[in-house]
Every structure is written in structure tokens, then in C-alpha cells.
Design a protein around this ligand. Structure first.
Ligand code: ZN
Length: 244
């Protein structure tokens, strides 16, 4: 099966559209790793676009939880809080219910693959480096776990030790899925934070055991204008061209 891997779209419709255009014909099914909303100006349009895709597995992100009223806003910083409160006010009833019904991870995709938002042992944990993975790596139940949440494309190879195969750079980066288990973040569609402003996504071919992290440009200026028009914090527009 060929999968499109979407994570951290964050209500950025221009980025999502660019990813769907750039990846067309290269996948059959979709994996959704959470944070469809929050920060960006198009929560309903993004949810509706994603709902219409052939989804094999999906999990919720921390912004989805707060926006749909499942978790308190206390853990968010000032900017994230303003954005999520704005988002909650925008969501249609139907989209809010759909968002609230997303399961927490990990969710199995097949015998070899699972997905989660933060980490398989804690949906809200951030995996930035080897130490974050080392602590809990025994909880991996599949040889490949795809995660999101940090907005930074990363590859952790787990054998007797944990090796961070960093940095992930370039327009297409093939992940060498050889021996061992892998925790892979294919990056964020809607708010990349690795210094590359292009939207990031993954293409996984389970038969060929091939995973590629891909970058594609999108209309950043269009998203910025919508963020400002919506009255969302200006910093959310300013960070997009910087990829931070
Ligand atoms: Zn996120």
C-alpha cells in the first residue's frame, strides 16, 4: 500500500493544497498524525478537505484536543491559546464532533507500522533527540512508528542504541528503513520549524518498504494575509516564511 503521511497541517489550507497537488498519483491511502487545526486561518476548510480523503488511520493532536474541548487550554502559551480559542469559535458543530472523535495514538496501520502524534507512549511528548527516545523506546510495538508534534523532520533508528539520523534536508529525502526499528517524523505540512518554510509530508510504500520525506513550496503570502485578516497573532504569520 502507498500512503500519504500528513502531520501538523494547522489549518493551513494553502500548504495542504500544495501537498495534495505535489503528491497526486503517488499514494492510495492517507495517514493523519494530528494537529489539523490551531495557529492557521482555515480550520473548517482543512478538516473538510482531510475528511474527504481516503484515510486508513488518523490520530488527534494536542491542538485538536483543546480546540474540540477535550483538554484545558492551560498548557498552551499565550499565542497558541489565542489561536486555539479563535479556532474553537470558528469550528462548525460537525467538524468539532469529527475532531473530538479522533483517537489518541498509537494507532496501528498494519503489522509493521503505527502512527502517533507525539510519542507512542505519550501523545503529548516531544521527541527532539536520542535522549527523548531512549527513555521509553521499549514501548514500540511495530518496527516503524510515524510521529509528528515537533514540526521537525527527524529519523531515529533504534537497535541496541538509539541513533538520530539528522539532519533531514533537501526536496526529497529517502529514509533508509534497513535493520532495526524506526521512529520517523516526516515534518509539518502547515508550520515547518526546521528552517525550511516549504510544506513537508511523507510518502510510505509498505510493499517496497520505502519512506520518503518530501518538501514542496506553497503560497505562504496567501496564508499570512488570511492570518492577519482573521485577527490571529501576527507572529503566526511572521514565522511561516522563516520555517520556525
Ligand atoms: Zn503541531
Amino acid at each position: 500500500m502507498r500512503y500519504l503521511v500528513l502531520s501538523d497541517v494547522h489549518a493551513n489550507l494553502e500548504a495542504l493544497t500544495a501537498v495534495l497537488d505535489a503528491s497526486a498519483t503517488q499514494w492510495d491511502q492517507v495517514l493523519v498524525l494530528g494537529d489539523l487545526v490551531g495557529y492557521g486561518p482555515d480550520p473548517n476548510a482543512v478538516i473538510e478537505r482531510v475528511r474527504a480523503l481516503p484515510i486508513t488511520a488518523a490520530v488527534r493532536g494536542n491542538h485538536d484536543k483543546v480546540a474540540s474541548g477535550l483538554a484545558p487550554v492551560d498548557s498552551f502559551n499565550h499565542v497558541a491559546r489565542q489561536a486555539v480559542e479563535w479556532t474553537s469559535g470558528q469550528l462548525t458543530r460537525e467538524n468539532l464532533h469529527w475532531l473530538a472523535a479522533l483517537p489518541h495514538g498509537p494507532v496501528p496501520v498494519d503489522a509493521h507500522t503505527e502512527i502517533c502524534h507525539g510519542a507512542p507512549w505519550d501523545e503529548d511528548a516531544y521527541l527532539f533527540d536520542e535522549r527523548d527516545v531512549e527513555r521509553e523506546r521499549l514501548s514500540l510495538s511495530r518496527p516503524l512508528c510515524l510521529f509528528g508534534h515537533t514540526h521537525v523532520p527527524s529519523i531515529f533508528r533504534i537497535e541496541t542504541t538509539v541513533e538520530a539520523m539528522l539532519p533531514v534536508r533537501g526536496e526529497r529525502c529517502r529514509v533508509p528503513l534497513d535493520n532495526g526499528s524506526f521512529l520517523v517524523n516526516c515534518g509539518a505540512v502547515g508550520q515547518p520549524r526546521d528552517g525550511d518554510p516549504r510544506a513537508a509530508f511523507g510518502l510510505l510504500d509498505t510493499e517496497a518498504r520505502a519512506l520518503t520525506i518530501v518538501r514542496t513550496p506553497y503560497d505562504v503570502g496567501g496564508t499570512q494575509a488570511k492570518i492577519l485578516n482573521a485577527g490571529l497573532p501576527a507572529v503566526l504569520a511572521q514565522r511561516l516564511p522563516l520555517g520556525r
